[in-house]
Design a protein around this ligand. Structure first.
Ligand code: ADP
Length: 467
């Protein structure tokens, strides 16, 4: 039985006090010669011993409960050694045990609640940072870690975001200003546009948090918005030129060229040329939006690639002949079918071959190569897929390396005047990119200035293999 430390003075005082009445009674009896002195002294000694033993046991219980409550206060948990209790006051022991059980239950419940709140907070994909009164990070969610890298607790908020705009706003709210909603840009760890909502908690949290900063990464949204406005501006600009030529020509035909047959023919030819350009532009815009609309749906048809390419070669014979360009389609394929949308696949290669003929030098050859190949779905991925690889090579002026990454942007041209002169809309390669994407394919562009360009398209033989 473990004994608690009982101060001796307390034990002695209590025992003395308890033994005082029998000692007085026995002393008086001895004085009155009613009791033998030896018997009186012996009885006093026995009562002192017995009372001392009882007081010691009682005090032991009290000190055990004291030790238990101190441990509970200090460590938040502890056990009352019920087996060591004297049994002198069983109700007392039972009451303390019940209290201990109730405390354990409440604490378990509280711990579980705190743990689940912690888990939810930390795994939130939404970037969220909690700050204390000194602007130090108290807590950050997984989303915040992802956005900013390291969000070590205890560091000043400025070590996370250096943008003065948000730091000022945080200082203002800490100084007592109302909640704030601001937008700012960061350059590290990557360039991003962020919206931040800074709110003061209605009361400081137990961990010292007083401010909650909710962050929204709006980079993609802004990029899409910008792309939309750029697109509308570019499309309007592309349509404005032929429209002004048409209206100018109509005015000329109604006025100065009236009766001038030669002039009329010139203007009517010009009108036809620009109408064709507008029609082509609108056709390309419609194709682009149709392909974009279907972007999420994997095509299901079967396409005979060799047959598609042969048809396009026949179609392009006349324009190619005008520039004395020969188109060579290499035969000899084991597999020639892929899973895809025939109309889109035709458009893809028509655009590439049309460009190859347009931008190659006169009296040269455009060659179309076909082969089966196996390669990873994308760089760094283990999964390998069986593709049909179609390359379109020309012997034109080539494309300077700095333009290649942007070629598939809408309306992007290396030489705008030349493209327009050739009847280009600036949308051909954007359409190519979207069709290749929808077919889970890969587009590669290689060019050597002064020698020519090769566009290579990898199309999966079976679309579900890339999913
Ligand atoms: P465009 O209607 O102007 O041809 P595209 O989207 O098809 O528009 O092509 C974008 C630009 O890429 C073209 O304006 C041209 O500058 C360049 N380009 C495309 N294909 C070739 C090629 N085979 N050789 C050289 N430049 C090319």
């Amino acid at each position: 039985m473990a004994q608690p430390r009982i101060p001796f003075r307390r034990l002695a005082t209590l025992t003395t006090l308890a033994a005082l009445p029998p000692t007085i009674v026995l002393g008086v009896l001895a004085l009155m010669s009613r009791l033998d002195w030896h018997v009186a002294v012996g009885s006093v000694a026995i009562s002192i011993l017995m009372l001392g033993w009882m007081v010691r046991r009682g005090l032991g219980d009290v000190y055990r409960i004291l030790e238990f409550s101190e441990t509970l206060a200090r460590d938040g948990e502890g056990d009352l050694p019920a087996q060591d209790m004297s049994g002198l006051f069983p109700e007392f022991t039972e009451a303390v045990t019940r209290l201990q059980q109730a405390w354990g239950r409440d604490r378990g419940l509280l711990d579980a609640r705190a743990n689940s709140a912690e888990t939810i907070l930390e795994s939130l994909p939404q970037p969220l940072v909690l700050l204390n009164e000194n602007r130090q990070i108290v807590r950050a969610t997984a989303g915040a870690n992802q956005l900013f890298g390291d969000t070590a607790v205890g560091r000043d908020f400025s070590s996370l975001i250096r943008a003065p705009k948000i730091l000022e706003a945080v200082d203002d709210v800490l100084a007592g200003a109302g909640d704030q909603l601001i937008e700012f840009d960061i350059e590290f760890p990557s360039v991003r546009s962020i919206n931040a909502q800074i709110q003061r908690l209605s009361a400081p949290a137990a961990d010292g948090s007083v401010l909650v900063i909710t962050l929204f990464d709006v980079t993609e949204i802004k990029m899409v918005q910008k792309m939309r406005t750029d697109f509308v501006a570019n499309a309007s600009h592309e349509l404005r030129t032929p429209l002004s030529v048409l209206s100018g020509s109509i005015k000329t035909l109604q006025g100065p060229a009236r009766g001038d047959l030669e002039g009329q023919k010139k203007f009517l030819d010009m009108m036809e040329q620009h109408t064709t350009r507008m029609t082509r532009l609108i056709d390309d815009l419609l194709s682009l939006s149709r392909i974009e609309l279907n972007a999420g749906m994997v095509p299901e048809g079967t396409v005979d690639l060799y047959a598609v390419l042969s048809n396009i070669v026949v179609m392009l014979e006349v324009p190619a002949g005008r520039r004395n360009v020969t188109i060579e389609l290499q035969p000899g394929l084991g597999i020639r079918h892929i899973t895809g949308d025939e109309v889109e696949i035709s458009q893809l290669f028509q655009n590439l071959l049309d460009n190859a003929v347009k931008y190659s030098n006169e009296n040269t050859t455009v060659s179309i190569g076909l082969r089966e190949t196996v390669r990873p779905v994308s760089a760094g991925r283990d999964k390998e897929v069986e593709y049909l690889e179609v390359s379109v090579s020309d012997e034109g002026a080539g494309i300077p390396a700095e333009h290649i990454p942007r070629l598939t942007e809408r309306f992007y041209r290396v030489d705008t005047a030349r493209s327009r002169e050739m009847g280009g809309t600036g949308l051909g390669l954007a359409i190519v990119k979207h069709i290749v994407g929808r077919h889970r394919g890969i587009l590669d562009i290689q060019s050597v200035e002064g020698q020519g360009t090769t566009f290579t398209v990898f199309l999966p033989v079976s679309s579900e293999k890339t999913a």
